[in-house]
Design a protein around this ligand. Structure first.
Ligand code: HPA
Ligand code: MG
Length: 224
């Protein structure tokens, strides 16, 4: 355990155009709906493997992984798989238990005011445990702060946060996230379980949605 190890994210600059779509394989039905392959799936996977190593180094012998659905599910599955593989190939095995929480705070590409915790609000199984919150994307950190506050009420031994993506927004929540995959500009991205109104979760790469895509899958605000 070396506190001096600095866990830098991969920083994607503002002018990164992504890769042209025809260079990659992706579901054909989305060809008008995305502008570019922003982070290819293979790059995501290798980065997740690196994060798994950091987690192995920092935690003791067991953790509860709290996966934030739905966007966090792929990141969570891959991270836990890598933790298991690393454990089998070393003399340190980190036992993982996975639990899920569902949050919703976005309509279209806009953050809505209130945080809704859908599904299990009772997290009493976290008491005394080392907890790793696994979230796909952290921007202002409003959602994460609310979730952390909620989690803390159940008195876990320690809590860390893994965010695959952290967005460079004004007042970005850098210090909330202990393990960051990529720091990205303030674009709305989809794929690798990140959605736009539930679309694009079946895309493996992280991509930038096109104007056409935003129009096509737009939803009106509903009160229901
Ligand atoms: N994509 C998908 N979901 C999100 C994003 C994003 O860029 N930001 C917050 N939720
Ligand atoms: Mg969403």
């Amino acid at each position: 355990m070396d506190e001096a190890v600095i866990k830098k994210p991969i920083v994607i600059p503002d002018d990164w155009p992504g890769y042209s779509l025809e260079l990659f394989s992706y579901p054909e039905h989305y060809h008008e709906d995305i502008d570019s392959v922003y982070i290819p799936h293979g790059v995501i996977m290798n980065r997740v493997e690196r994060l798994a190593r950091y987690v192995m180094d920092d935690f003791g012998d067991s953790i509860v992984v709290l996966c934030v659905l739905k966007g966090g599910y792929k990141f969570c599955v891959d991270l836990v798989e890598f933790i298991k593989v690393l454990g089998r190939n070393s003399n340190k095995y980190l036992e993982t238990r996975v639990e899920f929480i569902r949050l919703k705070s976005y309509l279209n590409d806009q953050s809505t005011e209130e945080l809704q915790i859908i599904g299990s609000r009772d997290l009493s199984f976290l008491r005394g445990k080392s907890v790793l919150i696994v979230e796909a994307i952290v921007d202002t950190g409003k959602t994460m702060k609310a979730l952390l506050k909620h989690v803390e009420t159940f008195e876990p031994k320690m809590v860390k946060v893994a965010g695959l993506l952290v967005k460079r927004v004004p007042n970005m929540a850098e210090d909330l996230t202990d393990y960051v995959g990529f720091e990205i500009p303030n674009h709305f991205v989809v794929g690798y379980a990140l959605d736009y109104n539930e679309y694009f979760r079946d895309l493996n790469h992280i991509c930038v949605i096109s104007k056409i895509g935003k129009m096509k899958y737009k939803q009106e605000q509903s009160n229901g």
